[in-house]
Design a protein around this ligand. Sequence first.
Ligand code: BGC
Length: 729
Amino acid sequence: MYTLHDWTIVDDGKDGQAALENGNRLLVGNGYMAKRGTVEEADASSMPTIVLSGVFDKRGDMWREPVNAPDPLFAVLSMDGVPLTLASDKLSAHEQSLDFRYGVYSRKTTWDIKGAALTVSTERFASMDDVHLLCMKYTVSAVDGRLSPNVEIRINADVCDLNGPHLGNFRFEVKGRTRTLICETLEKKIPVAVASEVVESGSSSRLIEGSSYPLDLERANSVELFVFGAVWTGLDAEDPLGSAEKSVSRAKTAGWDCLLAAHKAKWDEIWRVGDVAIKGDDYAQKALHYNLYHLHIAAPRYKRRCGSLSVPARGLSGQTYKGAIFWDTEMFIAPYFLATEPTLAAQFIRYRIETLDGARRKAAEYGFRGAFFAWESQETGDDACTDFNVTDVFTGRPVRTYFRDKQIHISADVAFAVKRYVDATDDLAILKEGGLELILEVARFYLSYIYYSPERKRYEALDVVGPDEYHERVNNNAFTNRMILMVFETALSIVSFFKKRDAGFIEELTAKLDFSQDFSLMQDVIPRFYIPQPNEQGVIEQFDGYFRLEDCSLDAVRSRLKDPKEYWGGGNGVASPTCIIKQADVVTMLALFGNEYPVSVKEANFTFYEPRTEHGSSLSACMYALLACEIGRSDWAYPFFVKNAEIDITGKGKHFAGLVYIGGTHPAASGGAWLTVVHGFCGFSLKNNEIRVTPRLPSHWEEVTFRVALPDGLHEVTVTRDGWSEEII
Ligand code: BGC
């Protein structure tokens, strides 16, 4: 069971389920890689992996997924040749924890051996200062007895994968005291190098040779070992092995204390800019800190030689969701970084600009023009999403899903992020460096997708999947249509802005993209593009015919399940013929375009859709919370904030879609927690580098303080229940 303290989360679970949950809960990482919160000796059943950001591999006809690195921190203690594990009948105490202020994982486990208490205590971190470095302190102590255990510390190349193995051609070498391993990914032959060295603490700072080491606890009560491991790939350096060796050599010279201090100093800087303080609600404060921690360990701050990176939907917690980037990044994660570290928000946009050709290929594949971004995007922008993304529980057969080909709002979400970034920062350079080209290509995609109905005398978007994935292939999804219109409006307004300031740029781009006819087409479409409007009760129909579906309760739909892992959507899903939706859909539209609708409409839709929403996606709660704040009901928003902020603390999010494992951390929910506090409760928005605030704190909150990085410095904003102030710090 876990306990959440200020900046620390502790868990004493020992079984397999706890190991899986703690893998996510106690994750350490630095945006380059992350090591799951499993014990050092964990076997494959606990998924003890180190996920690398932006390195992918495909095996046979299985899903392409991120590559896990060999583990330089693998260590197993044994007595008389018998490994001591959590399953051992000699286990007497066990606890693991994470210091989420500084990203340090700890573990303390005791076994009763011949009347003596033998304890392993470890600490480890993925350095924020040198992202290639994993450091561990491994302490073994004995009380009330004279024991001579043995510890084996080695680079574990027996990497577990969901759809692997992904590495081959292993070459181990011992060079002096340094152990090294070089191998390569199977598909693209990307070299992956790991080096490590073990040092015993003490005046002589003895370096340990070999991988198996007898510990003399008869002379000392305790022995402290330090393990310095480094991971490099061919995407980071010409000579990844040489770089890994150098990293380890530098680390060994610097020593544990120095490395830890440098790592903590980086975290101090991160919190100086990105912290949020809540007065009056200790639990919310702790939970928010925990969520911000998870955003930071997934954020790719380091510069890679080839191409920008973004944040995958499950962060770096594992291979679920194929390590892919979804709309989660643009809509839920980017806003936090836009306010606090805009260069990172810009990098997410650069990642999309650099993968624009993948989006063009996808549009062409379906017979469209322009850019249709991948629903699940990896390093090239080609879609990792398959046509059969879910497995049927009853038959074990793949189920046809339409996320890849019909969830067309993804392109608009990407364009929206560019618009939001430019609106907030006034950074026009990004538009000239591919941002406007991206928007125009997205606009062109929609121009080729939409359809003019001569009967209804309007343009429509038919056959789509909105955010609510349980209802596939619907017509005129309100959210999707509004987003498409936003793209057209944004494209034309940016173009007309540049025409006055930099006409040459527009002429050049128009010629390059051969876009002049599309400008005229967009002008024709905008006034005639259909946006579903509120009915007499103020409710906006989610898509054509939604109101005709069976209107039953969530419980009724749940009671129809024949298997708890059954998929609710698609052809046979329990939710498909009903009004029960997976996640915020119309509500997302209202949360994004709130200024276009009166409070009465927002309230009507909140109260209509909320009881009909399963919140089966971690992206749902945040949008409900934001809309509730807009309605002025922070009391409605608060439970959604808690639900959202708790998902990775409790570990009780959805673990299966059909038979497919989807567990891991939820950075979109973490971004959603920040969005709810800062955009929702504080009513913050940023326009042309100007901060606006409309306080609507929950009744038991006294004050919220957050920071915003603007060109003139770091602004600290303090919001109380009835006012706010701002100062440069
Ligand atoms: C949600 C999507 C989301 C994806 C990744 C799905 O369950 O329906 O909206 O992008 O998970 O988080």
